[in-house]
Every structure is written in structure tokens, then in C-alpha cells.
Design a protein around this ligand. Structure first.
Ligand code: UDP
Length: 336
């Protein structure tokens, strides 16, 4: 199959490109390289371009005639989306409309969309299943939910079939060590903790210890990037076979507190982290855990790297390799 991967030079997109190539698909990556890296695209065709440019998109569809599109390109910082909503609505929503309209124009019928747990807002219950009310708390979550809603209209009107995958906390890295998380600036907990260990930064700030959780820190459901990618390929296969659009929540169904993540990072690396106590971060729900039963049942999705230490050891392998700083405490680390 010929698959267009939009945002294929980014963190999750680059892992997806690698998996699709391994599965024998023909891959075209489309990325503006604002936050992605050309060297993270391990094969296939590469087109540098921006979703704001409909002419360029049109060219790509005419040249490559993809059978399906996977869309990973978006801005992902919740705090920034509150301060600069225009940036988020323009890129995550309007630019996605350009992509969808180009698909309709070229009669490409299959679309896999990177959505997020942020569409649910403050949880009314956990674990969060697909039926949970959707009340995003910020423009980031709203921009993703708007695309999900538009997709229903596009299916009715144009027959465009889609699967929306709501990621909980994507983490980890390619087990072979070829790819990993390279956000600039980095805002995610696991890479930040590991950077505090490798010496790239001096400490990690815990955003609040007064949540209603067992140790007072926030609980999240960390899902390995390779498991997320396997869900994408299963979702596309099912979509093309059944022609049924779907929405799935993707997580392991197990929550870990910020404290537990820090402890696991210390365990995996054999090093100590300097922890600084911080205020709560605005818009952080106490607990976010997925109920991914539907994805397991319908897709036969079976996450392999569900163990937190395993997720962190892959992320550490990447961080350690990419770090220029030698840390004595690193001796004895375990890469599993
Ligand atoms: N967090 C933290 N310190 C940091 C970054 C994150 O305590 O420097 C916490 C954050 O409040 C949340 C959890 O770690 O409870 C995961 O945050 P992340 O930004 O990785 O993902 P999110 O849950 O926002 O998608």
C-alpha cells in the first residue's frame, strides 16, 4: 500500500514511518520540518512542505497517489495553546481541513487521525472510555475535537472513512535506538526526568503534590510509541477491510504518578534525580487513564511494552545516546 504520512519527521510520525517500511508499505512523508527532523525519516519518499500550502498538497497527491493518509502533524503544547489559540486553530484545524479537502479532491478515502485524551477535559470517571463526555479544557484539545467532528460530516457528505486515535501519554522510543523524542522545547515528563539524569538539565520540577491521588502527584497512562504505531497500522487495516469509521482510546489502562515515574527512572538508570517542588500546572487533571478495551477487542491490539520500566529504558537508551554529557551514575544502567 502507498501511505502518506503527514508529520512523519516528528516523534510519533517517524516511528510510524519506520514500522510501515518494515511492513513493506510504500511511504511518502510530508513534513514542514518546523519541529521534525529530516534524519528521523528512515526511508521512503520525503516531501518538505506545509499543510497551509494547498498547491503543494495537490502536487503531492497528484505525484504519489496515496491509498491512505496518516496525519501526525500538529502543535501539542497545551499551555501554549491557551496563550496563542490562533496558532493552534490555524495549524491543527484549518491546515487539517486543507489536507481533508485535498483527499476528497483526489478521491483518497482512508484517514487515520492523531487525536488526544485532551478532548475529554476533566474526567467524570476513570478509566476513560470512548463514550466519556468530550469537554476539552484548552484550544489544543478543542482543535483536535473539531477535526473529529468534521470527519463525521466528511464521511456523510464525501464518504471519507476515518479512525481517530486518542493518545494518552505517548512515551518511550524505538527499541533499536534509531529514533526517540526530540521536542524543542521539551515539555514531557519522561524525557525531562531523563535529561535531568543525563545532565542536560539540572533538575525536574514536580507540578503539584496536592492532588487527590495516593501520593499527591498526577497520574497518567504512559503508552509506548511503538505500541501506538502498531494500533495505527491495525486501525488502517481494519478501516480498509470494513469501511467502518471508528474512534479509539489508546493507553495501557494503568496509571502511574509523577513520583512513580521519577522512581522508575532512577531504578532504570541507577542514578538520582534532583527534584524541585513546583506549583500545579494549569489545566492538569489529577488522573487520566484510558479504557482501551474497544481497541483491544476490535483491532486485536495488544500493547507489548506496557511495563513502565521498559518504556523508560527505551527512552533512556535514546537520551543517553543523544546526550553529550557523561554521567558517572549511568554505569550499570539496564537497557531492556
Ligand atoms: N509534569 C511534571 N513536571 C514536568 C512535566 C510534567 O510534574 O516538568 C507532570 C504533569 O503535570 C503531568 C505529568 O507530569 O501530570 C505528565 O505531563 P506531560 O507534560 O508529560 O504530559 P501530559 O499529561 O500533559 O500530556
Amino acid at each position: 500500500m502507498k501511505i502518506l504520512v503527514v508529520g512523519g519527521a516528528g516523534y510519533i510520525g517517524s516511528h510510524m514511518v519506520k514500522l510501515l517500511l518494515e511492513q513493506g508499505h510504500s511511504v511518502i512523508t510530508f513534513d514542514n520540518l518546523f519541529s521534525g527532523f529530516r534524519d528521523a525519516v528512515l526511508g521512503g519518499a520525503f516531501v518538505k512542505g506545509d499543510l497551509a500550502n494547498r498547491t503543494k498538497l495537490d502536487e503531492v497527491f497528484t505525484t504519489y497517489r496515496p491509498d491512505a493518509v496518516m496525519h501526525f502533524a500538529s502543535y501539542i503544547q497545551v499551555g501554549e495553546s491557551v496563550k496563542d489559540p490562533s496558532k493552534y486553530y490555524l495549524n491543527n484545524f484549518t491546515n487539517t481541513m486543507n489536507l481533508l479537502d485535498t483527499m476528497v479532491k483526489h478521491d483518497v478515502k482512508y484517514f487515520i487521525f492523531s487525536s488526544t485524551a485532551a478532548i475529554f477535559g476533566e474526567p467524570e470517571y476513570v478509566p476513560i472510555d470512548e463514550a466519556h463526555p468530550k469537554n476539552p479544557l484548552n484550544p489544543y484539545g478543542r482543535s483536535k475535537l473539531m477535526v473529529e467532528q468534521v470527519l463525521q460530516d466528511y464521511e456523510r457528505a464525501y464518504g471519507l472513512k476515518s479512525v481517530c486515535l486518542r493518545y494518552f501519554n505517548a512515551a518511550g522510543a524505538d527499541p533499536e535506538g534509531l529514533l526517540g523524542e526530540r521536542h524543542e522545547p521539551e515539555t514531557h515528563l519522561i524525557p525531562l526526568v531523563l535529561q535531568a539524569i543525563s545532565g542536560k538539565r539540572k533538575d525536574i520540577t514536580v507540578f503539584g503534590r496536592d492532588y487527590e491521588t495516593q501520593d499527591g502527584t498526577c497520574i497518567r497512562d504512559y503508552i509506548h510509541v511503538v505500541d501506538l504505531c502498531s494500533a495505527h497500522s491495525l486501525a488502517l487495516a481494519r478501516l480498509m477491510k470494513t469501511n467502518e469509521s471508528r474512534r479509539y482510546n489508546l493507553g495501557n489502562g494503568a496509571g502511574f504518578s509523577v513520583n512513580e515515574v521519577i522512581q522508575a527512572a532512577e531504578r532504570v538508570t541507577g542514578a538520582k534525580v534532583t527534584v524541585v517542588e513546583g506549583e500545579r500546572r494549569e489545566g492538569d487533571p489529577a488522573i487520566l487513564v484510558a479504557d482501551a478495551t474497544l481497541a483491544r477487542e476490535e483491532l486485536g491490539w495488544n500493547p507489548v511494552y506496557f511495563d513502565l520500566d521498559n518504556i523508560i529504558s527505551h527512552a533512556w537508551q535514546w537520551e543517553y545516546a543523544s546526550s553529550q554529557v557523561a554521567v558517572a551514575a549511568v554505569q550499570g544502567s539496564v537497557f531492556r
